[in-house]
Ligand binder design. Sequence first.
Ligand SMILES: Cc1cc2nc3c(=O)[nH]c(=O)nc-3n(C[C@H](O)[C@H](O)[C@H](O)COP(=O)(O)O)c2cc1C
Length: 176
Amino acid sequence: MRAVIVYESMFGNTRTVAEAIAVGLSLQGVDVEVDEVGSVLVPLDDTVDLLVVGAPTHTFSLSRPETRASAAEQATAPLVSTGVGLREWLEDLPTGLPMRVAAFDTHVDKRLPGSASRSAQRRLRRRGYRPVLPAESFHVTDMQGPLVDGEVARARGWGARLATSIGAPGPRATST
Ligand SMILES: Cc1cc2nc3c(=O)[nH]c(=O)nc-3n(C[C@H](O)[C@H](O)[C@H](O)COP(=O)(O)O)c2cc1C
């Protein structure tokens, strides 16, 4: 089975979560490719069983050019994503592929009225795709991170649950 994870990340936290989700999927026997949203190279075709998208929450939703500019002003290190955001990428997502989908985000505030993942999930549904699990959020301690303790392990676990949801073969056999 094949999964593609496409993430947007300003300060690196969403990338870390994407990589942890990939580990969780991979340990359950799924072949995973992880791509930054501005440099997605993998063609999405009918060999992809699962598309997972992730982004940081900016003003209760997916980022926009203005919020990315604001992130750039605050950044104390080079940004991870410097091109297109997930909002724009999803607008060009082809319709009609047989893949299932899932969305996640990172954010600071636990009592959030909206989130990037819920916004991404709405967009995926509008394009005809069915989520395998509800949109999931992972928490950072502050604007630029780091992730709250335990979130990387939780992301691995979420990846494993995604794998089960698409009927992955289960734990990879270890060679002797
Ligand atoms: C412009 C901007 C707006 C943000 N708005 C919110 C928000 O509405 N709620 C929230 O909890 N966090 C908000 N954040 C914090 C981000 O969610 C946080 O920076 C992100 O999770 C870090 O992920 P990254 O390292 O992958 O960029 C905002 C951050 C920026 C830069």
